[in-house]
Design a protein around this ligand. Structure first.
Ligand code: URA
Length: 284
């Protein structure tokens, strides 16, 4: 595939400090260089939060919990948004300021319908700024993500032309967890178990053409049915190939927060994005 990068996309790559400028034309297998992720993988620096204080009072947190709303699997977009906003199924609800449902895509033609999104970007969980604003990826990692998307010709805030005459494509961004873990710690198993049905329903309603899983937790959440050892494999082993989530192609890459610290892996992330673009453009 020829990427035909224009000057704006090249500037975005410069912003990402990606030094590999030649279009990536290797087949998927050639991108499979295994890379062990340092643990902890992609969390950003710890910060004090209301959730930390709530976690110090477990009995108060437990009292406030309620089972997750029933029927998530059949909810429409508006009902799903409401269910997430009111969710008290795990202790993360006690420290949050806002739930973070997701954003992006093209405006839906019919009220209460999901936005139209060819691309779905899945991250891990809200951080402090996302918790404050209620929007995903608005902190430093979000700025890098926006630059990565621009380099791909995508934009979460508006439709983008494909450049080859096909219809414009929308980009939607969501997380595995809808509430911020205290001090930006890694999501816990029970939190993922409680929250994952929301993401699964979002995917069912959005029907994206491709999913980009950013970081270990997004990859594990999406691939645990199709890759039996997804939970024990380092992220590097999941990159460079095309997985499937309920028939939808999934490409795994590094989390932007990790890339902010591991500049040397940005070129690998760019190779992942190129693979995803190849798949989306039908070249895979
Ligand atoms: N990291 C994520 O995984 N998601 C966000 O929304 C912000 C930071």
């Amino acid at each position: 595939m020829s990427l035909n990068l224009d000057s704006r996309q090249r500037a975005m790559l410069e912003e990402m400090r990606v030094k590999v400028w030649a279009p990536v034309t290797q087949p998927a297998a050639a991108l499979e260089a295994p890379v062990a992720m340092a643990a902890p993988s992609e969390s950003v620096a710890p910060r004090e939060s209301a959730a930390v204080r709530a976690a110090a009072r477990p009995e108060a947190a437990a009292m406030a919990l309620q089972p997750r709303a029933s029927g998530v699997q059949t909810m429409d977009w508006a009902a799903l948004q409401q269910a997430v906003a009111g969710c008290r199924a795990c202790a993360l609800c006690t420290g949050r300021r806002h739930t973070v449902f997701g954003m992006g895509g093209l405006r839906a033609p019919v009220a209460d319908q999901p936005p139209l999104a060819d691309w779905l970007i899945v991250g891990e969980a809200p951080g402090e700024q996302e918790d404050l604003s209620g929007q995903p990826f608005v902190g430093p990692a979000g700025q890098l993500l926006d630059n990565m998307l621009k380099a791909m010709g995508l934009d979460r805030r508006r439709e983008t032309a494909t450049g080859d005459g096909r219809a414009a494509q929308g980009t939607y961004i969501a997380n595995v967890l809808k509430c911020r873990p205290p001090s930006n710690r890694n999501p816990e198993g029970e939190e993922v178990a409680q929250c994952l049905p929301f993401l699964q329903r979002q995917i069912e309603l959005l029907q994206p053409k491709i999913i980009l899983a950013m970081g270990r937790f997004a990859a594990q959440a999406l691939l645990h049915d199709s890759v039996p050892d997804a939970h024990s494999l380092p992220l590097g082993k999941l990159r460079g190939q095309v997985h499937r989530y309920r028939g939808i192609p999934v490409v795994v890459t590094y989390h932007p927060a990790y890339l902010l610290r591991a500049l040397g892996d940005k070129a690998k992330a760019w190779a992942d994005l190129c693979l995803a673009m190849q798949v989306r453009n039908g070249a895979e």
